[in-house]
Design a protein around this ligand. Structure first.
Ligand code: GDP
Length: 607
């Protein structure tokens, strides 16, 4: 919007027309942005973004680093070391991680099923020590996440295991890994893998390593070596003992403050067709709690709805060093993103709630007339017209829709069938807003597309079932009315009218109970004796103080006590109020003052 010199709402509206429900803080990919820009009469060209990225990366590193290094000594406690496995392709990284997991996780602990969340934890019990040590392993396929994280500057690991297969020796990716490890000054261990192979030649590999700048203990250096076979499990325990030893040597760095707001790095992220956006975060400092507000680069990303560890167990709190799979992201984060729970969740929330609420109101206003009266929740229905290529896909989609159950919103398939989208489908949709026509693997002819454009009907072409479902959910989420939490503050009795303008009044009076706060909402109530003159025949309402009639709602713009503008006024005190609202206040009216919080809600679809 800034670049196009247009109001944000204009861009949001255009996005909604395209079926994209984005709030003000969300990022769009270039393709989407280009299409939207074009709709608005601009042509978008891609700009070299390296410079911007670089700045962001620096900020990201600085943030984690800043938090870590600013902790007072007395707040720091040991946390599980984070270990990453590196090495050339096919040298046995995956198999080693599997072997570690298999030998160190008791059946009961894993609860039968383990989940792939991008990391796991094992508890090691050294012989001389009865209490176990927990190690966190980053376990991402191809370690793509690690590469991204590195390129974004995030450092998540404390210790690396450099795997070199003894039948193959040092290879290009081995050298690359060595460079990364040395650049990051990461303590590491060399694991000589595939020792079970007859052609194993560990001495040759150690010589190659020395040539590449790694002087192992065997060569008089200080890099420890473990000879292992991920296949037979030989040497795995020794490797883990070495990891503990190295962790012990660097114990002063492997610490964090568990009592602060959590900060961590996203190590895996995807959109699950049942669960929505899912992210695994490695908590690096602080403790992550359920219901925490998820902040990435200052933007609101939702709240922690639920957290699970890698065994699938629900967690209420995740201390430093713990990888957790989080549900509750509004949009999927990106691998390498720094998640930071804000000190003041309110600032983040206000930003988010406002935009989401604005979007919701807008959409409602556009599509359906707002419901009369504030306390009559009407179930809002998205009317769907579904055209598919086969009966199988039609049934599959109908089955998915069945699973969407929510008290406030729902999907109604008002027309369905096989074949291309026709004029009748579009007309039907135009007559039943809010609605959408889905063309699943079928064609929308240019003529039909034109009718749709003229009648403002959205016709969406999809080829993947879950994409279509995601789109339905996104549309329903816009329809879910936000939850409004009302906190009563106090009451004000009007004794004088100072000024009357259109939409605003300045009145004087007394706070009878509680307190009134500048910026709060106020409902004007009038006793029946005075009402009869103003309004007749309207429904009355009974309250503890007798029958009163609500006249309208407004906002307390400012408060004046004596000559001073004040933030709040307490029971028994007199004050002047500048009231913004349509109600024409009279002497004797009561003002009920309350705080209103608007909470965005999202629907959850079970698998
Ligand atoms: P990655 O690409 O580094 O993750 O390597 P993998 O763990 O996928 O292993 C590559 C291949 O080497 C697979 O066929 C493994 O079964 C095999 N492999 C891994 N470790 C060993 C080992 O210790 N001994 C033997 N004989 N084969 C191994």
């Amino acid at each position: 919007a800034g670049r196009l010199n247009l109001p944000v709402i204009k861009v949001i509206q255009e996005l909604m027309k395209a079926g994209i429900l984005a709030s003000q803080n969300e990022r769009l990919d270039f393709e989407t942005a280009a299409i939207i820009a074009e709709e608005l009469g601009f042509r978008a060209t891609r700009e070299d973004v390296k410079k911007e990225d670089a700045i962001e990366t620096v900020q990201a590193i600085d943030r984690v680093h800043e938090v870590m290094s600013n902790e007072a000594e007395e707040h720091l406690s040991p946390r599980p070391p984070v270990v990453v496995v590196m090495g050339h392709v096919d040298h046995g990284k995956t198999r080693t991680l599997d072997a570690i997991r298999a030998t160190n996780v008791m059946g009961g602990e894993a609860g039968g099923i383990t989940q792939h969340i991008g990391a796991y934890q094992v508890t090691i019990h050294p012989k001389e020590n009865s209490s176990g040590h927990v190690l966190t392993f980053i376990d991402t396929p191809g370690h793509e996440a690690f590469t991204i994280m590195r390129s974004r500057g995030a450092k998540v690991a404390d210790i690396a295991i450099l795997i070199v297969a003894v039948d193959d020796g040092v290879q290009p990716q081995t050298k690359e890994a060595i460079n990364i490890i040395q650049a990051a000054k990461l303590p590491f261990i060399v694991a000589l893998n595939k020792m079970d192979k007859p052609e194993a030649d560990p001495d040759r590999v150690l010589a190659q390593l020395a040539e590449s700048g790694v002087t192992t203990e065997a060569w008089g250096g200080n890099v420890p070596i473990a000879k292992i076979s991920a296949k037979t499990g030989q040497g795995i325990d020794d490797l883990l003992d070495l990891v503990l030893l190295v962790a012990d040597l660097h114990a002063d760095k492997i610490r964090a403050n568990p009592s602060r707001h959590a900060i961590g790095t996203v190590i895996e992220a995807h959109v699950d067709k049942g669960e929505g956006p899912v992210g695994t975060v490695l908590v690096q400092s602080g403790t992550l709690h359920r219901n925490d507000h998820l902040g990435i680069a200052g933007a609101a990303y939702g709240r922690v709805r639920s957290m699970r560890d890698w065994t699938g167990k629900q967690m209420d709190a995740a201390p430093p060093g713990t990888p957790v799979k989080i549900l509750g992201f509004k949009v999927a984060p990106a691998v390498g993103d720094i998640l930071e729970i804000p000190e003041d969740p309110k600032s983040l929330e206000v930003k988010k709630v406002k935009t989401a609420h604005q979007v919701a109101t807008q959409f409602t206003a556009m599509k359906i007339a707002p419901a009369e009266g504030e306390e009559t929740p009407v179930k809002k229905t998205l009317n769907v017209i579904l055209k598919c290529d086969t009966l199988g896909s039609l049934e599959a989609l109908l089955g998915m829709f069945e699973k969407i159950r929510h008290e406030d919103v729902g999907v109604e398939v008002i027309q369905k069938g096989l074949g291309n989208v026709n004029e009748g489908d579009v007309t039907r949709a135009a007559n039943s807003p809010p609605s959408v026509v889905y063309a699943f693997n079928v064609i929308v002819t240019p003529q039909v597309a034109e009718i749709a454009r003229d009648t403002h009907v959205e016709v969406k072409e999809c080829k993947i079932i879950y994409e279509l479902c995601d789109d339905v959910i996104a549309k329903l989420n816009v329809l879910v009315p936000p939850e409004v939490i009302v906190t009563p503050l106090g009451n004000f009795h009007t004794v004088a009218i100072f000024r009357t303008e259109s939409g605003r009044m300045v009145v004087g009076g007394k706070v009878t109970d509680g307190k009134i706060v500048s910026g709060a909402k106020a409902k004007v109530w009038r006793r029946p004796s005075t009402i009869r003159q103003a309004h007749s025949g309207e429904q009355s309402r009974t309250t503890s103080s007798g029958q009163e009639e609500p006249l309208g709602i407004g906002t307390i713009d400012s408060l004046q006590a004596g000559k001073q503008t004040v933030k709040d006024v307490h029971a028994g005190q007199e004050c002047g109020i500048s009231f913004k609202g349509k109600a024409k206040i009279q002497i004797g009216d009561r003002r009920e003052v309350y705080h209103e919080e608007v909470k965005e809600r999202k629907i959850v679809v079970p698998r």
